[in-house]
Design a protein around this ligand. Sequence first.
Ligand SMILES: NC(=O)c1ccc[n+]([C@@H]2O[C@H](COP(=O)([O-])OP(=O)(O)OC[C@H]3O[C@@H](n4cnc5c(N)ncnc54)[C@H](OP(=O)(O)O)[C@@H]3O)[C@@H](O)[C@H]2O)c1
Length: 276
Amino acid sequence: MLADQSIPAFLYGTAWKEERTASLTELALRIGFRGIDTANQRRHYFESGVGEGLAAAYRAGVAKRADIFLQTKFTYQRGQDHRLPYDPNAVLTVQVEQSLASSLEHLGADYVDSFVLHGPASGHGWTVEDSEVWEAMRNERNAGRTRFLGVSNVSLRHLEQMEATGAELPAFVQNRCFARFGWDRDVRSFCQRRKIIYQGFSLLTANPEVLRHPPFANLATSLNVTPAQVVFSFVRAVGILPLTGTSNAEHMKEDLASLDLTLPPEIVRAIEAIAG
Ligand SMILES: NC(=O)c1ccc[n+]([C@@H]2O[C@H](COP(=O)([O-])OP(=O)(O)OC[C@H]3O[C@@H](n4cnc5c(N)ncnc54)[C@H](OP(=O)(O)O)[C@@H]3O)[C@@H](O)[C@H]2O)c1
């Protein structure tokens, strides 16, 4: 783990909220989230709505910019629709600069805390395009427009190939975390060995078989918590920084309250063994 107190224990995800993005971002901050995940990808995120939510929270005295961990992403054109945050004819280095400049404008910020490559150019491995983008992202970091860098939707192969190019490794990896693949065991163990923080998303939606598993549901009942709280507490126990994208105020409170739940090691091992 990065020895950085500014990285919160939970990230609030802003995908798929459209016109509710501003009010839900503000609500999440009011309820106590201090980590916000977004992307400059209008197809799935409404980043300027996140900026409106932040501005409302600042005005109301809920939090200051310095209290918040803000994370956004650079998305290749193939992951976007027609609403691009950069000139598609520009070289990738310029697209990265334009994307982050547009994010900062959307977010009303002069820096983000983390800038993430939304996904590599190819599902099969780390490419020359990825190296160019990564170098441009490093330049943004060196210029002070982001504190940390991350990569998302990566396999172990991507990470190993990235490392083999001699590239600086990311501070964060953000992946969909399937219980049936040992909760992304291979990528997590790569991250652990290199002190990369692993951020997990779709922790509930990707793993319905775990939530439905009778011993798991019984465990939640016996602890007087919800199955979602057990999942969030479990993932934290194995070193995953969780994201939640709930649109429900009660679920926001429930998710944050899971920070107070510590599972005994034998339960953590049992959950790890349910699937994968
Ligand atoms: N890097 C990437 O490519 C990528 C891809 C996908 C997502 N993300 C990020 O991850 C964030 C989270 O996305 P996600 O895929 O994990 O799914 P999510 O958007 O968090 O969806 C969770 C679903 O579970 C439901 N739910 C029920 N009980 C819940 C509880 N206690 N807490 C939370 N949800 C509960 C939610 O419904 P209610 O709304 O009714 O609670 C919602 O339908 C996104 O917003 C985005 O920021 C990144």
